[in-house]
Design a protein around this ligand. Structure first.
Ligand code: GTR
Length: 409
């Protein structure tokens, strides 16, 4: 509507630390009824479920039902791919519900070994074929955002966009370090537009339903659900060991929500996930709850709108989403020039989540002072801020690989 585009035009993000509102950080270790959470058991039995329920009902929205069926089909493979260094597989996952179905394709590169390998799983923005120049990767036929630089118009990816995002996927070093990568085009799960007639949502509608109810899932929860369905496949692939779910930006939000909902993910990486991801909402620095719901009305559940320009009313904040990963390893990464995502809010969130990791005897981010740029802190909870923009770089991958080896092997 005209009103909402005016509101968007008028939004002035705050980038001034002295203008961050005063707020108290909701204590992850005090339950809503006031009980102090003093051990792992009380966390797991009392506090974790009530926090998870809040995020599910008020932020990301819940999945409205169960699938009738899920099936997997290896549609392509080559044991001598990626210049002879890797085993490539393309696996089609088909979900069925009420005689409707949806399929998506997992692209995998695994090092050549007979042992189970740790594997990064992450969604991509423009299609599996954009993550590598490998000509055998199938070009998606799903709806895509247009991108002039990538030669994508009519919302239809073609050969022209093959390899345009290789800079974001350091497959060479992942393979060389003995790990694997699995990636899925997020548009095959739910096209990233304010339209609930397509993607995963419509699969679950009751007769006559046209959009999710106020407490039902938006697109972030749908992308997270897709990650879990990929996990259904990965747990039964004999080449795959621990799975680390990874995501950048909006897909970092999805990775965090997937990690919170599904503890089969052995570790979680948030790369520049920002508002509605790792960053504390109550700081209102850069992107805010009101702004994100205005620009992307389909990302969260409708209930989340109650907190637009009203963050103080939130009984939770995003550090408690991070705490839902405990005791599993969690990496939060920021970029210096990515002020929109509030690097400091991402850092503080990792710091405040650390209280829960301590209950499990794990170490995280003890200090409240942000580290220097390009100086990672790598404990069970890890954090870095690197120089540069909102992006995924080889520097980021180098840190993730190093950290996985440190905390998971
Ligand atoms: C921006 C959005 C951010 C982040 C980003 C991205 O437009 O405001 O929350 O998700 O897109 O996904 O790159």
């Amino acid at each position: 509507t005209i009103m909402s585009s005016m509101a968007i035009a008028q939004f002035e993000p705050n980038y001034d630390e002295t203008k961050v509102p005063e707020f108290s950080v909701p204590d992850p270790l005090t339950s809503y009824s006031g009980t102090k959470i003093e051990n792992e058991k009380a966390w797991s039995k009392v506090r974790r479920p009530e926090l998870l329920a809040f995020f599910e009902n008020e932020v990301y929205g819940k999945v409205p039902g169960n699938l009738d069926d899920i099936s997997f089909k290896l549609i392509e493979e080559n044991t001598n791919a990626f210049n002879g260094t890797a085993h490539r597989k393309q696996v089609q996952v088909t979900l069925e519900k009420d005689k409707k179905s949806l399929s998506f394709t997992i692209l995998m590169y695994l090092p050549k070994t007979t042992e189970k390998v740790p594997l990064f799983l992450g969604l991509n923005f423009y299609g599996n074929h954009t993550t590598t120049s490998d000509e055998n990767v199938i070009v998606t036929s799903a709806w895509s955002m247009n991108n002039e630089d990538f030669g994508i118009d009519n919302n239809t990816p073609t050969e022209k966009s093959r390899g345009v995002r290789i800079n974001r996927w350091d497959i060479t070093n992942i393979i060389a370090s003995g790990m694997g990568l699995a990636t899925i085009y997020y548009g095959e799960l739910d096209p990233d537009k304010n339209d609930f007639s397509d993607g995963l949502h419509q699969l679950f509608y009751e007769p006559g339903q046209e959009k999710p109810k106020a407490d039902e899932w938006g697109s972030i929860a749908a992308w997270a659900f897709g990650l879990s369905r990929a996990m259904d496949y990965l747990v039964q692939d004999s080449a795959v060991g621990k799975v680390i779910v990874f995501g950048h930006s909006r897909l970092g939000k999805a990775a965090l929500w997937a990690g919170a909902m599904d503890d089969r993910f052995a570790a979680v990486i948030s790369n520049d996930s920002g508002c509605g991801g790792a960053a504390l909402s109550k700081r209102r620095f850069g992107e805010t709850v009101g702004r994100i719901n205005e620009s992307f009305p389909h990302w969260f559940c409708d209930n989340f709108n109650a907190y637009n320009n009203n963050e103080e009313a939130l009984p939770i904040d995003q550090h408690q989403l991070l705490a839902l990963m405990a005791p599993r390893p969690l990496y939060v990464a920021s970029a210096q020039e990515d002020e929109w995502a509030d690097p400091k809010g991402e850092f503080l969130s990792a710091h405040y989540a650390t209280a829960v990791y301590r209950l499990f005897g794990k170490t995280g981010i003890d200090t409240i002072e942000m580290p220097e740029v390009n100086t990672p802190i790598q404990n069970t909870v890890a954090y870095h801020i690197r120089t540069g923009k909102h992006d995924v770089t080889d520097y980021d991958w180098k840190q993730y690989i190093k950290w996985v080896k440190k905390v998971m092997e």
